[in-house]
Design a protein around this ligand. Structure first.
Ligand code: NDP
Length: 245
């Protein structure tokens, strides 16, 4: 693991760690925290980081790498007060054909990877007696999706995780919430064939996909002081697609 990118952050503001800030939704979230004056770090695997983000390389599938990356971030910026567990993957396959590997890899990154991060982050948050944990789930976690048994299971698991953390650490000034985006314009959705995109859009009450910044807005709100009494919640950012979660 090497630390590859350290840029100047604000001297003030909270220490925020967003996993996978090199692209997509994670990047938009990190940029929004930087813009509001927080000191932002990321654990990431590859690519370039937005300006002002302190990056430490690490893979979500390794507890050792996650723990070491947190230690680097704490050394450079101080204890992590806000964790956004964003890194995630899909490996879609029909149930009958889904291999153990395809199932386990998605769980390992999306669910166990988030667990590795929240476990490590909780130590500092308990000492600080405050903290904000935001997990990026998906509308698919509660709505389901054909060919997405692995992904949906991993994303639904985050709800139980956030609610258990809320019960365990809610009395220590720590909140844990889940953001469930619908279809967002990123590399993940760009891969969908055009007619599939059209079909999806016709089922979304808002009639469009969202921009990553619209997810970032919900995340920074949940991480704010004003959201101190919101915990264990699932906040959809899906244009009304999954109403009734
Ligand atoms: P992208 O595929 O654009 O980015 C995924 C990010 O996760 C990348 O930074 C990637 O790193 C990182 N990542 C993947 N595997 C690992 C790993 N093993 N260790 C460390 N980092 C890893 O995805 P999005 O921005 O679209 O999605 C972000 C989150 O939002 C995901 O959790 C996704 O499930 C969720 N989401 C996305 C939706 C969408 O429509 N796009 C809808 C609902 C939820 P690298 O660049 O190195 O691959």
């Amino acid at each position: 693991m090497t630390q590859v990118q350290a840029q100047e952050g604000s001297a003030e503001g909270r220490v925020v760690l967003v996993t996978g800030a090199n692209r997509g939704i994670g990047r938009a979230i990190a940029e929004r925290f930087v813009a509001q004056g927080d000191r932002v770090a990321t654990i990431y695997r590859s690519g370039e980081l937005p300006k002002g983000v302190f990056g430490v390389k690490g893979d979500m599938t390794s507890s050792e790498q996650v723990d070491a990356a947190f230690a680097e971030v704490e050394k450079e910026l101080g204890p992590v007060e806000v964790l956004v567990a964003n890194a995630g993957i899909t490996k879609d396959q029909l149930l009958m054909r889904m291999s153990d590997d395809e199932f386990e890899q998605v769980i390992d990154v999306n669910l166990t990877g988030t667990f590795r991060c929240v476990r490590r982050a909780s130590k500092g948050m308990i000492r600080l007696r405050k903290g904000r944990i935001v997990m990026i789930s998906s509308v698919i976690g509660l709505f389901g999706g054909p060919g997405q048994v692995n992904y949906a299971a991993s994303k639904a698991g985050l709800v139980g995780m956030a609610r258990s953390i809320t019960r365990e650490l809610g009395g220590r000034g720590i909140t844990a919430n889940v953001v469930a985006p619908g279809f967002i314009e990123t590399a993940m959705t760009a891969e969908l064939p055009e007619d599939t995109q059209k079909k999806y859009k016709s089922t979304i009450p808002a009639g469009r996909f969202a921009q990553p910044e619209e997810v970032a807005a919900a995340v920074t709100f949940l991480a704010s002081d004003e959201a101190g009494y919101i915990s264990g919640a699932v906040i959809p950012v899906d244009g009304g697609l999954g109403m009734g979660h």
